[in-house]
Ligand binder design. Structure first.
Ligand code: ADP
Ligand code: MG
Length: 305
């Protein structure tokens, strides 16, 4: 079966957003809304490396979109569309049907259209998604900008996906397979958060990126980490490891002044937030437990380890 019939059968669908020219020509054409900046990112998922080999095609489709929408959310951008570069070892219709179903489910839930891509054969199953979004000129929330005295907050729960990976079949595997990009929250934080990142490689490491970019330090309260009941029943050190170094959470970690936090809470939010610490002048990441300094060494996910 030719590349073109795969595209027509599984990936060409009427657009659910404003696209000037979608799939079918040499490039797609999108007209930016006035006074908006284009926010753009790419993330690749490699079978066996970024998801277990037996992950369902539906989940892979969902996740390949979700991880990119999470990157847009972390800037405060409104997601618009995606491109998909797909490398397949074989043409497996059952797999393609389920993959595209999962991919479009995520697209539909967050109002995004697939506007183009590339389909090739390769020994390794790989999908690379590029996501496009919009933000008002100069409004993007970057990793730099955290101020001394800002709260450090995280959405939802951390450590679920890492726990799910170690306990396949447990209900938390759902959080590994179907991460929820915090698109609404990300946009609500524009103009309020001083810095933001999405947690993909572990909270401690990703917060470390904020601290480095902002040239600040932080104190984290270990007893405030929002973790699932399943993690609470573990040995504390183990639970903290999942929460701080697990990765694949796709929650938003952001810094915000106490005044702006009050403003944020006046709006309806679709995910719970937790204050887990505070930004400090002295660089480095310190931990406290029950009000006392607590020595803890955590490492996040290393892509080339
Ligand atoms: P070209 O050879 O000019 O690069 P292609 O034959 O690769 O064009 O693609 C034809 C059209 O199908 C293009 O609009 C491209 O963006 C789209 N396309 C190819 N693969 C995919 C895919 N996996 N998902 C979505 N669109 C795709
Ligand atoms: Mg091509």
């Amino acid at each position: 079966m030719a590349e073109f019939s795969i595209i027509d059968q599984y990936f060409k669908r009427p657009s659910n957003v404003d696209v000037s020219l979608g799939i079918g020509d040499d490039s797609a054409i999108v007209t930016p809304p006035p006074a908006q900046q284009l926010v753009i990112c790419t993330d690749t998922l490699v079978a066996g490396r970024h998801f277990p080999l037996n992950t369902s095609a539906h989940a892979i489709g969902w996740k390949s979109v979700a991880v990119n929408l999470s990157d847009l959310a972390a800037m405060g951008a409104k997601p618009h569309s995606i491109l998909l570069a797909l490398s397949l070892p074989t043409i497996d219709h059952e797999w393609l049907a389920e993959f595209s179903r999962g991919l479009f489910e995520c697209c539909d839930q967050f109002g995004v259209s697939l506007i183009g891509g590339d389909t090739t054969q390769s020994t390794q199953l790989t999908m690379s998604v590029t996501a496009l979004g919009w933000i008002e000129q100069g409004q993007a929330v970057t990793r730099a900008g955290a101020q001394v005295g800002d709260y450090i907050c995280v959405s939802g729960q951390v450590g679920d996906a890492a726990f799910g990976l170690q306990h396949l079949g447990h209900p938390l595997q759902q959080r590994l397979d179907y991460p929820t990009p915090r698109c609404e929250l990300g946009q609500q934080l524009k103009g309020l958060a001083s810095s933001m990142i999405d947690v993909s490689d572990g909270l401690a490491q990703d917060l470390g990126h904020i601290l480095k970019a902002s040239n600040k330090g932080a104190t984290l309260q270990l007893d405030q980490l929002p973790i699932d009941e399943s993690l609470k029943s573990l040995e504390t050190q183990k639970a903290w490891h999942y929460a701080l170094a697990g990765g694949d959470d796709y929650e938003l970690c952001f810094t915000i002044s106490p005044q702006n936090y009050e403003k944020l809470l006046r709006q309806p939010l679709d995910v719970p937030l937790t204050i887990i610490g505070e930004i400090t002048q002295q660089t480095g990441l310190l931990f406290e437990y029950m009000g006392e300094t607590y020595p803890l060494h955590v490492h996040g996910y290393q892509h080339f380890a």
